[in-house]
Write a protein that binds this ligand. Structure first.
Ligand code: OGA
Ligand code: NI
Length: 395
């Protein structure tokens, strides 16, 4: 090798290491350490950059504020598979296996509180468009999303945010979301974000029949005679909200949670998840020290259904509003799109009187649903503690 070549090579390597160092330097400058908790809170929560904004800075370490206490961390391997819970084919409700399908739905609602459904009436192509729309919405610059932050959103129907109740949480959840409340089609098309309003509305409309049917089946399965059961179903399913959740990639998934342990407050939740996985459901009947979690593994084309607190209360404890949580991943950002179906805020909720009579005990008291919501959204996620609000003093 001539000396000229050596010099040239030396020069190149020196130059490229300078460029490289400069990059590192810039990178360090751009990725603040957020050791000061207030500046992190301001950046992520108040300014609306979300976890997505944090990750986009090139953060290599999870900020302190996101580190979960040991007992809340999710061990990826510590789970049982849900092979025992095959997806339920809803089209078979209209055929000779109707009774078996009903049995599968009611059985899953009683034992786990979660199941998956296929042939649910929501077109499979729409499921793909929904996931794309979620990526489109969250892929926007923060200032586009921040217009929907609490307190400034142009519509009370739309809210963008991060974590669950950041003001009340010791450790924040690694999740951004946008929620869209449904009142009617015109309002939805006028107020919901343009990036996702059409698909979200279509999702809501094509899933409504299924939600109603499953609720009817679950009510009928309680074996009580109701004066007007369709009125009960109406009361339980009158309000709907579509959420889009975005879980950015996380440098240390073993330290964080996407969503902390919680149960959903409403009647039924329909959830579309993408192929990444990480949704875990707690199996009941084990002492707390030995808690056992099952992963709801993604099935292409399927939707996840889970029972909310309202149905557990109404059924005097027969149906399980399962505790669940979400793990984060370091490889890809995950999206999920739940529809929460809940009673009207003015609705009186309580265990059905005939069930109380049959059981000889009311496990829950009556309350107005608005009170339940206030309590639910007033606290950080804490497993099934939300149900304590409805605990009957005589139970
Ligand atoms: C929720 C929830 C699960 C998921 O939004 O309440 O539990 O997989 N989401 O994102
Ligand atoms: Ni949930």
């Amino acid at each position: 090798m001539s000396s000229c070549t050596i010099y040239r090579e030396l020069w190149y390597s020196l130059a490229s290491s300078l460029v490289h160092n400069e990059k590192i330097f810039l990178h360090q400058q751009m990725a603040p350490s957020f050791d000061n908790g207030n500046s992190l809170f301001e950046f992520v929560v108040q300014d609306g950059n979300g976890v997505k904004g944090l990750v986009d800075l090139g953060l290599e370490k999870v900020p302190e504020r996101y580190i979960q206490p040991q007992h809340e961390r999710i061990d990826k391997l510590d789970k049982c598979s849900n092979e025992l819970l095959p997806p339920i084919d809803l089209s078979k409700l209209d055929g000779p296996s109707h009774d078996q399908v009903v049995e599968a739905i009611a059985g899953a609602a009683q034992m786990v509180g979660f199941f998956q459904v296929v042939n649910h009436g929501v077109p499979v192509e729409l499921l793909e468009s929904l996931k794309d729309a979620a990526h489109r919405f969250f892929g926007q610059p923060a200032e586009k999303k921040a217009v929907y932050l609490k307190g400034v959103s142009p519509s009370p129907l739309v809210k963008y945010g991060t974590s669950f109740v950041p003001e009340k949480e010791k450790a924040l959840e690694w999740k951004d979301y946008v929620s869209m409340v449904y009142t009617n089609d015109t309002d939805a098309l006028e107020h919901w974000p343009i990036e996702c309003k059409e698909v979200a509305l279509e999702y809501l409309k094509t899933s409504t029949k299924m939600v109603r049917r499953i609720t009817e089946i679950l009510i009928a399965n309680l074996g009580v005679t109701l004066e007007d059961s369709s009125k009960v179903v109406d009361a339980l399913t009158s309000l709907k909200m579509v959420n889009m959740n975005f879980y950015p990639t996380c440098p240390s998934p073993e330290l964080t949670v996407g969503v902390g342990r919680h149960s959903d407050m409403g009647t039924l939740t329909v959830l579309l998840q993408d192929g990444i996985g990480g949704l875990y459901v707690k199996l009941e009947g084990k002492p707390d020290a030995e808690e056992e979690w099952m992963e709801i593994q993604p099935i292409p084309g399927a939707l996840v259904i889970n029972i909310g607190d309202t149905l557990q209360i109404l059924s005097n404890g027969r149906y399980k509003s399962a505790e669940h949580r979400v793990r984060t991943t370091s490889t890809q950002s995950r999206v999920s799109i739940p529809i929460f179906t809940v009673p009207r805020p003015t609705e009186k909720i309580g265990p059905l009187p005939q069930l109380v009579e049959r059981d000889g005990v009311a496990h829950y008291r009556d309350f107005i649903f608005q009170e339940y919501m206030n309590n639910f959204f007033g606290k950080a996620h804490e497993g099934k503690k939300s149900l304590d609000f409805a605990q009957s003093s005589s139970a």
